[in-house]
Design a protein around this ligand. Structure first.
Ligand SMILES: NC(=O)c1ccc[n+]([C@@H]2O[C@H](COP(=O)([O-])OP(=O)(O)OC[C@H]3O[C@@H](n4cnc5c(N)ncnc54)[C@H](OP(=O)(O)O)[C@@H]3O)[C@@H](O)[C@H]2O)c1
Length: 317
């Protein structure tokens, strides 16, 4: 089969489209014919050799490896003990995340996945759309409902609102009747209004204002502490990405920082699938590339200002 592999750490050019052996499903796994795979930040963190992580705690990733953990496709074989899926089922999922040694391997024509990491693909979604959901959608879902425990009718600010995680945060918060302020560059204004955002702040021209119960920060960085100015005392700031938040100052205002690492979860993905099927939420597609053009897709990601998700199409769907 064809797959994209990394043989040496580096820029997008190290992604090589080549022939590799077909994997076989172990106990509890299924083999999926991948129709589409989605890009996520951990794909380029791995491609670069985790240079984003301080050297003392940098993970080791054996070479070569196939990046990618978001997939949508069709089950073509089931391993021992699998009763939840049958050959022919259309599925999507965040596969083996977080895991390094035996990670998702999604940039390929076929991949194996633990049966429990998958959900049934809604019939109304293409494989490209379904592949775009799992990591970003589950991150938003787990932040809102597992980490923060969002109650109905709260006020929420999403920083980086047009990106993969951000656009799901906006929509899932609206399912709880939240009043949502979206922070993004001006080009995303109409996109975010169409997703239900109540307020829009163009961070390139306008400072932050307001007072909200919960902030979700998908941007982070050295100036992340400025977000504290718009959080009510007793509220929360959820760092989806690392930032400097002046936590001692926040503690004086009883502001807490609920967060966590996204993880594979087929049942939570079923909940997202129901919301997608009913039209309560939708997925934004920034751009689509053929699998063989994975380097171009990674270059698009590096250019930033992503609106929704970047997807690799593996087979016409
Ligand atoms: N904790 C976890 O488990 C977890 C899970 C998933 C992702 N993450 C992390 O979360 C981060 C976001 O991931 P993602 O997939 O959503 O990224 P993404 O799709 O690239 O989205 C980032 C968004 O931020 C916007 N942005 C950039 N600078 C900004 C600024 N200064 N203020 C406001 N918005 C700004 C960008 O567009 P504009 O600049 O045009 O507005 C873009 O839409 C990544 O660093 C990723 O590693 C963590």
């Amino acid at each position: 089969m064809k797959a994209v592999r990394v043989h040496a750490f580096g820029g997008p050019e190290v992604l090589v489209y080549e022939d590799v052996p077909l994997p076989s499903p172990g106990p509890g796994d299924v083999l999926v014919r991948v129709h589409a795979a989605c890009l996520n930040p951990p794909d380029w963190y791995a491609r670069e050799g985790y240079t984003i992580v301080p050297e003392s705690i940098r993970p080791e990733r054996p070479l070569p490896f196939t990046p990618g953990s978001d997939i949508s496709g069709v089950v073509v074989a089931v391993g021992a003990g699998v009763e939840s899926w049958q050959v022919g089922d259309e599925v999507f999922g965040l596969v083996r995340f977080p895991s390094l040694g035996d990670g998702g391997m999604g940039y390929a024509e076929y991949t194996t996945s633990p049966a429990s990491h998958l959900a049934r693909k809604p019939a109304s979604l293409s494989h490209v759309e379904a592949a775009a959901v799992p990591m970003a959608g589950l991150t938003a879902y787990q932040y809102l409902f597992d980490h923060v425990g969002l109650e109905r009718g709260r006020s929420v600010l999403v920083n980086g609102a047009a990106g993969g995680v951000g656009h799901f945060l906006v929509q899932l918060a609206k399912t709880q009747d939240a009043h949502v302020t979206a922070v993004a560059s001006g080009r995303h204004r109409s996109f975010l209004a169409s997703l239900g955002a109540d307020e829009f702040i163009d961070y390139t021209t306008t400072g932050l204002s307001g007072a909200v119960d919960h902030v979700f920060d998908t941007v982070g960085g050295p100036s992340a502490y400025k977000l504290l100015e718009v959080v009510k005392p007793g509220g929360t700031v959820s760092p989806v990405f690392y930032g400097e938040y002046h936590r001692e100052q926040a503690a004086l205002l009883d502001i807490t920082f609920p967060s966590g690492q996204v993880h594979s979860d087929g049942q939570q993905l079923e909940a997202l699938a129901r919301l997608l099927a009913s039209g309560q939420i939708r997925v934004g597609i920034d751009s689509v590339y053929p699998l063989a053009e994975a380097p171009q897709a990674h270059k698009r990601a590096a250019a930033g200002h992503i609106q929704g998700k970047i997807v690799l199409q593996v087979e016409d769907s």
